[in-house]
Write a protein that binds this ligand. Structure first.
Ligand code: ADP
Ligand code: MG
Length: 264
């Protein structure tokens, strides 16, 4: 049965989408069956997977609001050997429509139940806000992966985010775990980044992945070619870092390390 992981941070530009696309491709490269769900109306994960968001027949909107089955909305052709549920501007309407429907917080969880056995990993790229789409992602997930940049005030933001996610989880999904905290766009020459990174490890210990994602121009370029970094430049530091992250995730899962988010 698939492990479902939401990639979330209410801040924009921290590397959620880059992480979603590249961890999906890296996991698929280890021969795991992977589904990536784009829940951000910007549709960047969709475009970055080589799927044209303006041309797609179905999106997450159809799954959440129109009650099409997951099988009907899944795209099997991507540039990264994984399956995709796409997003585009239509998904903005889902955020509003969801307010009116029954069991609005668990629509995604229910929709994924019939296809969970078809995959090893399902990743969900969340929008940069804690709206009903993100609530659905957290409600459907086993764990949350938090990408963050090691910059000033990052720690405060992270503590607040963990607190908020914990409260949401209590309402919709008390067994939600922290998959891990991922340092993204890391520049080891930057002293502040090193300081923040050290503080992060002190405060959050093993929840912080050992793998660090460096600032790497190939990671920023690859989406404009509709491709995960490993199929754009497999020798790039960015592509290698996400492959290493997939390896670390697999080892963590095998060792059974679990971090509970909601402690009460
Ligand atoms: P989010 O989804 O959290 O808004 P993105 O993944 O879209 O963040 O990243 C924001 C911007 O930073 C994008 O232009 C992306 O290409 C770039 N970017 C992300 N990660 C890296 C990295 N490790 N190195 C260089 N650029 C990056
Ligand atoms: Mg994004």
């Amino acid at each position: 049965m698939a492990k479902i992981i939401a990639i979330a941070n209410q801040k924009g530009g921290v590397g959620k989408t880059t992480t979603s696309v590249n961890i999906a491709a890296s996991m698929a490269a280890t021969r795991r069956k992977v589904l990536l769900i784009d829940l951000d109306p910007q549709g960047n994960a969709t475009m970055g997977s080589g799927v044209d968001k303006y041309e797609v027949a179905h999106t997450a909107y159809d799954l959440l609001v129109d009650e099409l089955s997951a099988e009907e909305v899944i795209q099997t052709e991507t540039s990264g050997k994984y399956h995709l549920i796409a997003a585009n501007a239509d998904v903005t309407a889902a955020e509003i429509k969801l307010m009116e429907v029954f069991a609005r917080e668990v629509r995604l969880r229910n929709a994924l139940a019939p296809i969970r056995d078809n995959y090893d990993y399902i990743f969900i790229d969340c929008p940069p806000s804690l709206n009903m789409l993100t609530v659905n992602a957290l409600g459907a997930s086993d764990a949350v992966l938090i990408p963050m940049q090691c910059e000033y005030f990052a720690l405060e933001g992270l503590t607040a985010l963990m607190d908020t996610i914990g409260k949401l989880a209590q309402l919709v999904n008390p067994s939600l775990q922290v998959e891990g905290i991922l340092r993204t766009m890391y520049d080891p020459r930057n002293r502040l980044a090193n300081d923040v990174s050290d503080q992060l490890k002190t405060h959050f210990g093993d929840q912080v992945y050992r793998t660090v994602i460096p600032r790497n121009v190939r990671l920023a370029e690859a989406p404009s070619f509709g491709s995960p970094a490993m199929y754009y430049d497999k020798s790039s530091a960015g592509a290698k870092a996400y492959l290493a992250l997939a390896g670390e995730m697999l080892r963590r899962q095998e060792s059974g390390a679990i971090t509970q988010l909601v402690t009460e």
